[in-house]
Design a protein around this ligand. Structure first.
Ligand SMILES: [Zn+2]
Length: 136
C-alpha cells in the first residue's frame, strides 16, 4: 500500500512540475524544488505532500526553513484541501478520533460562514473543512 501511494504521489508531483493540471508557478516551484505535491497555500506559506506521506510546511519567506508538519490540524487542512483537487488523496484524511472536539467555528459542518455576509460561502474553516479539531 505504501508503495502504491508513493507511485501515485510521484505521478501527481510530475504532472504539477511539468506545468500541467492548471498549476500555478509557485506550485511548479514546490514540486520541482522539494519533490512534493503542493496541497495548500496561504499568506504564510505552503503545505505539500511528499511521496513518503510526510507533509512539509514551506514558509513563503525564507523558503529554506522548510520543516515536516507535525500539527494534526495543519495536516488535516492540507489533506482536505488537497483532496478537493486530487480526489485520490481523500483516503489519507484521518477519521474523526473519539476524543476530537467539534469545531466551534463551523459547529461541525466544516463550512465557515459569517451570518452578516451570507454571500461569502467559500471561506475555509480553520478545521480545514472536517468539522472537528484534533485533541491538543
Ligand atoms: Zn470548522
Amino acid at each position: 500500500m505504501a508503495n502504491e501511494w508513493k507511485d501515485l504521489i510521484r505521478q501527481l508531483i510530475q504532472v504539477i512540475a511539468d506545468g500541467h493540471g492548471k498549476s500555478y508557478p509557485w506550485e511548479q516551484d514546490i514540486a520541482r524544488e522539494y519533490n512534493a505535491l503542493p496541497l495548500y497555500g496561504d499568506m504564510g506559506g505552503y503545505l505539500a505532500l511528499r511521496p513518503d506521506l510526510e507533509i512539509i510546511a514551506i514558509p513563503e519567506d525564507p523558503r529554506d526553513t522548510m520543516h515536516v508538519e507535525t500539527d494534526p490540524l495543519w495536516r488535516n487542512v492540507a489533506l482536505v484541501r488537497g483532496s478537493k483537487r486530487f480526489p485520490q488523496l481523500a483516503e489519507l484524511i484521518p477519521k474523526r478520533p473519539s476524543d476530537a472536539h467539534t469545531c466551534p467555528s463551523c459547529n461541525g459542518t466544516g463550512i465557515f460562514t459569517i451570518p452578516e455576509m451570507p454571500a461569502l460561502k467559500n471561506l475555509g474553516c480553520s478545521c480545514g473543512g472536517l468539522g472537528w479539531l484534533p485533541k491538543e
